[in-house]
Design a protein around this ligand. Structure first.
Ligand code: FAD
Length: 303
């Protein structure tokens, strides 16, 4: 059996694996796709101490670093169940069962897509999901934010400080964000809020040049010229399979304490699949390290 089995091979899982292996623990990573969301990222400018890198390049460095330590990497394998017996057993979709003294869950999350024409085509070409990551690329430009919940309105307030103009599109007749955020939003001179509208298409040729939407009251279609679209309709944790076993929030985020421990002894979690306040590469790596040290502490005490 493993001492530490990590489920998920994004930045959180890679960091947890290196920290665990450096304690001399028998460490394995099982990952559906090593690299996780970072594989889908073009430019990265906020991975501190690296001024600029690209997703696949960072993943290659992660892999190289992991390989230094004899960590057993089982790529292209999906976990579907976990059960605590004497050891913790993780069942894979291919039928195999992996056993370990501790488990670190780091299955990450995915941005919910709006699913209109142009979204997939212009991803990284004007369509963005993370204002902390990509906001500065739109300095002085006109951008749209789709979604008027807390994350959408926070994104719009954030982007209003960088972009020339921000248009918020909300499907429902009212914004759903907290009142204080709405007040702040409406106080900004360079923000337009469109409510009761349905996004129809993100337009462009080689990059985004506009957005088409329908006024749900009148049925009329409109088009706005702009250079960027931030889709802010939710970040979904990849935890469907695990929340029946470990305690999660109502949003499906695994609840962890400051050692990265879940409610099940010996089971830890890290990164975007947890209830951590912010979801970023550097933050997920930090929490991966925390969870590995948490697991090490647990093993010292529980053999
Ligand atoms: P993930 O990266 O999501 O990795 C999850 C891992 O778990 C993957 O290996 C996945 O295959 C695996 N997995 C999932 N379910 C299972 C299962 N059942 N069994 C086995 N394996 C499973 N952050 C920044 O800091 N800077 C940026 O510039 C930036 N840009 C971004 C751009 C885009 C387009 C996106 C989508 C995200 C961006 N982020 C950025 C956010 C950043 O990528 C995430 O915060 C970070 O990757 C989270 O790491 P993680 O390891 O927790 O999860």
């Amino acid at each position: 059996p493993f001492d530490v089995l990590i489920v998920g091979g994004g930045p959180a899982g890679a960091s947890a694996a290196i920290y665990a292996a450096r304690k001399g623990l028998r460490t394995g990573i099982v990952a559906e796709r090593f690299g996780g969301q970072v594989m889908d990222t073009l430019g990265i400018e906020n991975f501190i101490s690296v001024k600029y890198t690209e997703g696949p390049k960072l993943v290659a460095s992660l892999e190289e670093h992991v390989k230094e330590y004899g960590i057993d990497v089982m790529n292209s394998q999906r976990a579907k169940r976990m059960e605590k017996k004497d050891l913790i057993e993780v069942q894979l979709e291919n039928g195999a069962v992996l056993k370990s003294k501790t488990v670190i869950l780091s299955t990450g999350a995915r941005w919910r897509n709006i699913g209109v024409p142009g979204e997939a085509e212009f991803k990284n070409k004007g369509v963005a999901y993370c204002p902390h990551c990509d906001g500065p690329l739109f300095e002085g430009k006109h951008v749209a934010v789709i979604g008027g919940g807390n994350s959408g309105v926070e994104a719009a307030i954030d982007l209003a400080g960088i972009a020339k103009h921000v248009t918020v599109l909300e499907f429902m007749p009212e914004l759903k964000a907290d009142a204080v955020l709405q007040e702040r939003l409406y106080s900004l001179p360079n923000v337009t809020v469109l409510k009761n509208v349905q996004t129809k298409e993100i337009t462009g040729t080689d990059k985004v040049d506009g957005i088409s939407y329908m006024d749900r009251g009148t049925g009329e279609e409109h088009h706005i010229e702009l250079q960027g679209v931030f889709v802010q309709i939710g970040l979904v944790p990849n935890t469907d399979w695990i929340c029946e076993t470990v305690e999660c929030t109502r949003f499906g985020e695994i609840i962890v304490d400051k050692h990265g421990a879940t409610n099940i002894p010996g089971v830890f979690a890290a990164g975007d699949c947890t209830d951590s306040a912010y979801k970023q590469i550097i933050i997920s790596m930090g929490s991966g390290a925390t969870a590995a040290l948490g697991a090490f502490d647990y093993l010292i005490r529980n053999g």
